[in-house]
Design a protein around this ligand. Sequence first.
Ligand code: KG4
Ligand code: ZN
Length: 339
Amino acid sequence: MKQSLTLAIETSCDETSAAVVANGRTILANIISSQVPTHQKFGGVVPEIASRKHIEHVIPVIDQALVEAGITLGAVDAIGVTYGPGLVGALLVGVATAKALAFALDKPLIGVNHLEGHIFANFLAHNELKPPFVALVVSGGHTSLIHIKDYNELELLGQTRDDAAGEAFDKIARVMNFPYPGGPHIDNAAKEGKPTAIAFPRAFSDLTGENKFAFSFSGLKSAVLNYLHTAAQRGEAVSIPDVAASFQAAVVDVLVMKAIAAAQHVGAKQLVLAGGVAANSYLKAELAAATTQQGIAFFYPPPVLCTDNAAMIACRAYYQYLVEDFADLNLNAVPTLTL
Ligand code: KG4
Ligand code: ZN
């Protein structure tokens, strides 16, 4: 049987990426042009600069993906693109490019939800993985528990009421003078610290009521800031590794507890971790231990597929392609897109 080739574009935040994936599961190319160094001096992503950088990079990144995959544009069967959630100007660059390609090549255009892309990254890393399962998506913009009943049947179980887990990592890292994005720096610093050194709060840690599968991290962020300010005012020295490890443990404890509870609630025997924060070593270790204890199989992607990339978008697009979930040329960027 002829293989199906999906070309996908991802420009929702600060990575310009294009990928070619065969039959939804095999990566032929996954080119990622990161703008992190550009935004680092501002301590976060500057939306206007991100859009301009995407315009500069999107065509060269697509060209490079085609060369690396060893194909021409004519061989592509479908064009997938992230149309939300994300920064509107950044998303529009990818959406406009994908629409132009789909129109010129007369191939199906597929609009992909970025969050769903993060989950589907796991299909690229684990050939044996199939629905049903529960996914914990933890990124700079999202913290969500999702029941993946089938490839095209996804149900949101709960999400953060305020800050995303990655956002909390980045904000805490910033006050501790780590460069943007701070998540990986906290992860590293925490390896030298004690997770039980400081008792930071675990919000929404009860498993009853309407917040059963919801998260809240803004109180934890304030608690860490208060701890650091109080110590500075009193002229007391703080152990950065202990603060990092204790903060990280407060985030991870709640994530692990709720992920396991969600899997048990829907009777899932598989748990999947996704999103940029899935690269966190403590989160992976704690989830591995908890799932083993509960007899649940645990999957997570390699670091390059945890953070934003177009291969995961191509994978998601392929399963939409199979059920002809196509967009037309009116496809628009939807910054606040939900599941
Ligand atoms: O998924 P992603 O690339 O972008 C969004 O869609 O938001 O996630 C980026 C987030 C950032 O907040 C970054 O600090 C966090 O993922 N991150 C980590 C680690 N690596 C990346 N957070 C904690 N530990 C890590 N090792
Ligand atoms: Zn993302």
